[in-house]
Design a protein around this ligand. Structure first.
Ligand code: KE4
Length: 429
């Protein structure tokens, strides 16, 4: 596979962009080698600057649930752009977008648009602190809620990929207010709550985790956290930046029937355009300025191009609920195919999957938290990643990420992926 233009671009990029990338996880640092520079994408396929073609299982880290360049979204953006790209003033489209989200997620009374998942999560935590008058939060090892200071404590995604224990620039004061527990360990949370009585403003969690691979909540876990929050007056925040509108129209709240007090969104809600959002219970959300004094703002919040993209995609998902069934069937088909070739390869493995989120771990034990994800043979994953890449299968470049399927995938691509996995395993084992 000729990747010379990517290599030239990566070398050139180093002269003007830190590490040659605008987001660390794109740099292939954990899997080794140089990142592939992409030129365009359509449906299930990516095309790099050397005209190599790949089947995409990153889908921009989740947003491209209908595949790339989904015509209704493209046309909507093109049309809207002619009316100006930003006003910095309220528009009807923002009202329609908020009403659409509320119609898909019943326990959201009010919702505020922002421009990224990080903004959504940091605003939700500030709101919980303002609402409760408390300072501390609990997050979970391996979960990633964006790069706001409070979250860069035992975080997942790129922070885990690079093995960064303490992030320079995050002050001891900020870190001291972020308590952590292992995912799926309810007793650890009970101990933290007891030791920090009446000091914890929020518990923030990825209700299905996607930043240490795909990690599922064990039976009763989320319900147990809900109970603790109810008993202790703690705000329960679901970070659904990855899972929102992907695992169900109503996300994990609908799929697993557990209500959060606040929920954050990103990725799918913007259809690939810069959109994040946070919303939830009226009594909490009404503390947000200008209603209340918890200040939060953004020049491009509710940006018309971003709104029309997200609105068009969400409307399509709402009007075509069979998409979720199709995505589930395709992901199950892929899982079963991978299971077969991994078994035949006689290597220890675990496949975690929910809906159209899936991850493969070369692990002897179940992968239920960050420690077990980190204990897997991730060096083998890195070799597998490259073997798949050169066979035209583009996986997330880290064992600490989730694969995302798009509904543009057909059996042809899924079978090609399974075949590539079989060949790749023969190469790397
Ligand atoms: P952004 O600020 O990157 O839009 O969203 C932050 C965020 C918040 N919550 C969850 C559950 C997330 O997964 C993310 C971002 N996810 C990473 C991929 N693991 C984005 C990719 C990147 O950092 O470039």
């Amino acid at each position: 596979m000729n990747i010379s233009k990517s290599e030239q671009l990566f070398s050139r990029a180093q002269n003007s962009i830190p590490g040659g990338v605008n987001s660390p996880v794109r740099a292939f640092k954990s899997v080794g080698g140089n990142p592939i520079f992409l030129k365009r994408a359509k449906g299930a396929y990516l095309y790099d600057v050397d005209d190599n073609k790949y089947i995409d299982y990153i889908n921009s880290w989740g947003p491209m649930i209908m595949g790339h360049a989904f015509e209704p979204v493209v046309e909507a953006i093109q049309k809207k752009a002619a009316d100006s790209t930003s006003f910095g003033a309220p528009t009807e489209l923002e009202v329609e977008m908020a009403e659409l989200v509320k119609s898909m997620v019943p326990n959201v009374d009010l919702i505020r648009m922002v421009s990224s998942g990080t903004e959504a999560c940091m605003s939700a935590v500030r709101l919980a602190r303002g609402y409760t008058g408390r300072n501390k939060i609990i997050k979970f090892e391996g979960c990633y809620h964006g790069h706001a200071d409070a979250f860069l404590v035992k975080a997942g995604s790129g922070v885990a990929t690079f093995g960064i224990q303490t992030v320079p620039g995050v002050t001891a004061g900020v870190a001291a207010d972020t308590l952590t527990a292992a995912y799926n360990d309810l007793d650890a949370v009970k101990s933290l709550v007891t030791a920090n009585k009446d000091q914890i403003a929020a518990i923030i969690i990825e209700p299905v985790a996607g930043n240490m691979g795909c990690i599922l909540p064990q039976e009763g876990y989320l319900q147990g956290l809900r109970k603790i929050c109810d008993e202790e007056g703690i705000v329960f925040i679901f970070d659904e930046v990855m899972t929102g509108f992907r695992l169900a129209q109503g996300g994990v709240q609908e799929r697993l029937n557990v209500d959060a007090d606040l929920v954050t969104y990103g990725k799918v809600i913007g259809a690939g355009m810069p959109v994040g959002a946070f919303g939830g219970k009226l009594e909490i959300m009404q503390q947000i300025a200008p209603l209340g004094n918890v200040y939060q703002a953004g020049t491009l919040s509710g940006n018309p191009l971003a709104m029309i993209a997200g609105y068009t995609l969400l409307q399509h998902l709402k009007e075509n609920p069979s998409i979720y069934t199709e995505l589930e069937e395709k992901t199950t088909y892929l899982k079963n195919g991978l299971h077969k070739v991994l078994e035949a390869a006689h290597t220890p493995f675990v496949i975690n999957q929910m809906g159209s989120m899936i991850s493969v771990h070369f692990s002897q034990q179940p992968v239920v938290d960050f420690a077990s994800a980190a204990a897997a043979d991730n060096a083998l994953f890195n070799r597998f990643f490259h073997a798949m890449l050169k066979r035209g299968i583009y996986l997330p470049p880290s064992a600490y990420e989730t694969w995302f399927l798009s509904n543009a995938l057909t059996q042809e691509e899924l079978d090609a992926t399974i075949r590539a996995a079989e060949e790749s395993l023969k190469e790397v084992l």
